[in-house]
Ligand binder design. Structure first.
Ligand SMILES: Cc1cc2nc3c(=O)[nH]c(=O)nc-3n(C[C@H](O)[C@H](O)[C@H](O)COP(=O)(O)OP(=O)(O)OC[C@H]3O[C@@H](n4cnc5c(N)ncnc54)[C@H](O)[C@@H]3O)c2cc1C
Length: 424
């Protein structure tokens, strides 16, 4: 690695796909990941049409098609155990919401990248500090003391991002954090017949359940701000799910209580960094804007950040007067203007998605905490269900497809030089 390359911190969806796109365009890139391997017991695997579009435009559609995946069949909203409405995928989008194990996706992206001489992969070692020259970030320090210089450090180290803090970039937190408890249960034949994303509201609780890409049933349980986590045994948790669930799921929960995995407690602090960059440093993905889990936006927004960043950065290295290891030194001012432009391009979509997520969450809380309203909705489901469905559907298009015009017009509108030789 030399000062002319890009150093990406974190091989999540944002960092891994950015590193691959840069390496494919012959930009020298080092990807540093703190952990060894991508296996996690709990990891999101819902790709919305917005994330699928980003992957396609990165030229990764073939890769996605080679992975085990399953489309979601529909969305079912249930109140007090009764279905209020059901909507079939793909809700008018070109692609249905699709479940792909994040581990599979990241491993495949990395395998592609590691075939390229322009990508260096460092795993099992954390970045612990930033190297600076005056105001400019000029590289990173690893936990083992090694220093890696870089023209640009892309910080994609996730929602807690210690490097964001080190860079002096703050996070605006519009609301108190909530906690989500994640559980897993073995799969059920019903999920093979029809795999719906279930939203379950009842008795002051909000939960969700769906069959994940690996065939397991994933359950999320929202713990409101200030509410203590219920300390329940696995059978007691299963009883609580059963009270909200359709009959097949209720029976499955009760029968499989011994196999319940979890809970993993995930603190969800939604936020947006007012500024995503410093000279020589760019935040991407959750590091710039930790998303709410509502309607699965995190991976999808991270992928769209990565696409926009790659399309903006690649021309700097490939332009005749750009940096590139073989070219004249990168003009720092131009790099920093590009970092600001990446934020300007991405921020409107992130703000809009976070506002839509907040509206969905408010509505869920309203129903969850108003017993009379819940009883009315459940009792009059055949009458009120179609109205609730129409109102729900109106919000879904942007949450599924992203904000119109937020990605560059065409994947081919930037000059990308494909080279396989390492630039000396
Ligand atoms: C249980 C769960 C379910 C979810 N479900 C969904 C879903 O269905 N759909 C969806 O869109 N989103 C979902 N999400 C959110 C989604 O996973 C995140 O929004 C998304 O992964 C963010 O991508 P990222 O690349 O920005 O960061 P991350 O995926 O968080 O990746 C950051 C990476 O950086 C590494 N790292 C951290 N610090 C360092 C360091 N100092 N040095 C080197 N490496 C470092 C981490 O190990 C990690 O691999 C879910 C999240 C969880 C926890």
């Amino acid at each position: 690695m030399n000062r002319c390359g890009v150093l990406v911190v974190g091989a999540g969806p944002a960092g891994a796909t950015l590193a691959l796109q840069l390496a494919r365009a012959a930009v020298p890139v080092t990807l540093v990941e703190a952990r060894d391997g991508f296996a996690r017991q709990f990891r999101g695997d819902a790709l919305m049409p917005s994330g699928l579009e980003a992957l396609a435009r990165m030229g990764l559609w073939d890769l996605v098609e080679r992975l085990p995946r399953r489309p979601l069949d529909g969305w079912s909203v249930r109140v007090e155990g009764r279905e209020l409405f059901w909507v079939a995928e793909p809700l008018g989008s070109l692609q249905p919401c699709t479940l792909v194990r994040q581990q599979d996706l990241l491993e495949a992206v990395l395998a592609e990248g590691r075939r390229l001489p322009t990508l260096q992969w460092r795993s099992g070692v954390a970045v612990t500090g930033l190297l600076r020259e005056g105001e400019r970030v000029v590289g990173v320090r690893l936990a083992d003391g090694e220093e890696l210089p870089a023209a640009l450090v892309v910080v994609a180290d996730g929602r807690d991002s210690p490097l964001r803090q080190q860079a002096g970039l703050t996070l605006h937190r519009p609301a108190a954090p909530i906690d989500v408890l994640w559980f897993r249960l073995p799969g059920h034949p019903q999920l093979e017949r029809r795999n719906d994303f279930l939203t379950l509201v009842g008795g002051g609780a909000i939960a969700s359940a769906f069959g994940g890409a690996d065939g397991h049933l994933q359950i999320g349980w929202v713990v409101a701000p200030g509410e203590p986590q219920p300390q329940l045994t696995a059978p007691a948790w299963c009883e609580r799910f059963a009270a909200l669930a359709p009959p097949w799921l209720a029976e499955h929960c009760q029968r499989s209580a011994a196999a319940l995995q979890g809970p993993l407690r995930l603190r969800v602090q939604v936020g947006l960094a007012p500024r995503w960059w410093r000279p020589g440093l760019l935040l991407l993905g959750d590091a710039a804007h930790p998303m709410s889990p509502v309607r699965a936006q995190g991976i999808n927004m991270a992928l769209r950040d990565s696409l926009v960043a790659a399309e903006a950065l690649i021309p700097l290295w490939c332009a005749p007067d750009g940096a590139g290891a073989a070219g004249p030194p990168l003009v720092w001012e131009r790099l920093d203007r590009t970092l600001a432009a990446i934020q300007a391009r991405r921020e409107p979509e992130i703000r809009r998605m976070q506002a839509l997520q907040a509206a969905e969450a408010r509505q869920g809380r309203l129903i969850a905490h108003q017993a009379q309203l819940r009883r009315l909705l459940a009792a009059a489901a055949p009458l009120l269900g179609p109205l609730a469905k129409a109102s729900w559907l109106r919000r879904q298009k942007p949450l599924r497809e992203g904000l119109a015009g937020s990605l560059p017009a065409s994947p081919f509108d930037v000059p990308v030089r494909e080279r396989t030789d390492r630039q000396a």
